[in-house]
Design a protein around this ligand. Structure first.
Ligand code: PLP
Length: 389
């Protein structure tokens, strides 16, 4: 029913993923006419046709004035998270934000002070640290422990010590975790929540990849566990439905004091008519599309697993449990860091991201986004094989 094989030309749309100058400036990599871009975390699949149709209808209404978060809007979010994740969200707990990263920045500013410590678990989505530093807070790194099979675990002893430091005020959790692709077991999440609650540390649980998980895997939101008092959960239409350009994030905050502090800081953030229509349609009618996307991601990863084992065994690869991001261990190759990325960009004509962007702990890795048609994944792997096989 959904065409997830089509290759859609994103050039000249301002898409960050394929914008030559932007890529040069941000990543210092060359983008050629036949380059395949597999870096920033958005998908190359056409948006759900249900959403496109709703947006067409909205455009036909011709007026795009101030828009409110209607009952239908809130209900669509509540119903989705109840249906898909058994989360019991109350209407009052929803706080709209223009994106997840800006929500993090606002929470840092509203709920902590300059100089306060904020825990992250690297290697992790790099804007977490950037936002902490840019708001003059201190990034406190509870580095993940990696075993010889590239399976990561949480260093709880170190986490607890860091939480006990009276300067520590917030923890930014990533579950499913970008870039390593692991879904944290609910026992781990509970333990982290317990430690944070004991030490009065606010938890910002970024769960925006939670709808994009592999067949057979399950995800438990922090909201379904004990100690909600210090919890902020980020959900995002952005990620699930590939509409990041519309900036639609909804925070779930049960604690009214935290909500008030955040709202006092941001003032009212208004939603665009596109965000309203997209959210309602996505959550009410987009389920089959998400299921279809997850199926393609499963197929892409199965293909990749086999290909790498057979043809590129020096690259170590663990199938992610969640996200559409692949964390490739290139430690067996002599090229490192930017030199490696340049080789990939100039010889394989692929734009990938250096693991070191996600913290020193990621320096031997490369992140690859496989949310694209299988034919593109195949082409990209053949290109890697030509250079590294
Ligand atoms: C874990 C995580 N959080 C936040 C974001 C950014 O979200 P937004 O576009 O809503 O700011 C991303 C994007 O890749 C992400 O992977």
């Amino acid at each position: 029913m959904y065409d997830l094989k089509a290759i859609i030309d994103r050039n000249n749309t301002g898409a960050a993923k394929t914008d030559k100058e932007f890529i040069k400036k941000l990543l210092d990599l060359n983008y050629y006419d036949d380059t395949i871009s597999m870096w920033v975390a958005d998908m190359d699949f056409a948006c759900a046709p249900e959403i496109i149709e709703a947006l067409h209808k909205r455009v036909d209404r011709q007026i795009f004035g101030y828009t409110t978060q209607t009952e239908e809007y809130k209900k669509s979010i509540i119903d989705w998270y109840n249906r898909r994740h058994n989360m019991k969200i109350e209407e009052d707990w929803l706080v709209f934000s223009n994106g997840t990263v800006s929500a993090i920045r606002n929470c840092l500013r509203a709920l902590t002070n300059e100089g306060d410590g904020v825990i992250i678990q690297s290697p992790v989505y790099y804007p977490f640290k950037r936002e902490i530093l840019e708001t003059n807070r201190v990034a406190v790194d509870n580095i993940l422990i990696r075993d010889e099979n590239n399976h990561y675990t949480i260093d709880f002893k170190d986490f607890e010590e860091k939480c006990k430091d009276p300067n520590t005020k917030m923890f930014i959790y990533c579950n499913p975790h970008n870039p390593i692709g692991q879904i944290w077991p609910k026992e781990d999440t509970q333990r982290l929540l317990d430690i944070c609650a004991e030490n009065n540390v606010i938890v910002f649980s970024d769960e925006i990849h939670c709808d994009l998980i592999r067949e057979g895997e399950s995800f438990t939101s922090a909201l379904n566990l004990k100690h909600q008092d210090t919890l902020i959960v980020a959900t995002a239409v952005n990620k699930t439905f590939n509409v990041a350009g519309f900036h639609i994030t909804n925070l779930v905050i049960e604690n009214s004091e935290i909500r008030k502090k955040l709202n006092d800081y941001t003032g009212s953030i208004s939603i665009s008519p596109y965000a309203l229509e997209t959210t309602i349609t996505a959550y009410n009618k987009g389920e089959e599309w998400v299921n279809a996307v997850n199926k393609v991601l499963d197929e892409n990863l199965d293909y990749m697993d086999k290909f790498i084992k057979e043809k590129l065994p020096r690259i170590k690869f663990v199938k992610p449990q969640g996200t559409y991001l692949v964390w490739l261990d290139f430690s067996d190759y002599p090229e490192k860091g930017q030199e490696l990325l340049e080789k990939i960009a100039d010889e394989a004509h692929l734009i990938l991201e250096s693991g070191s962007m996600f913290g020193d702990a990621g320096k031997d890795f490369i992140r690859m986004n496989i949310a694209c048609p299988l034919s593109v994944v195949k082409d990209a792997l053949e290109r890697l094989y030509k250079v590294f096989g």
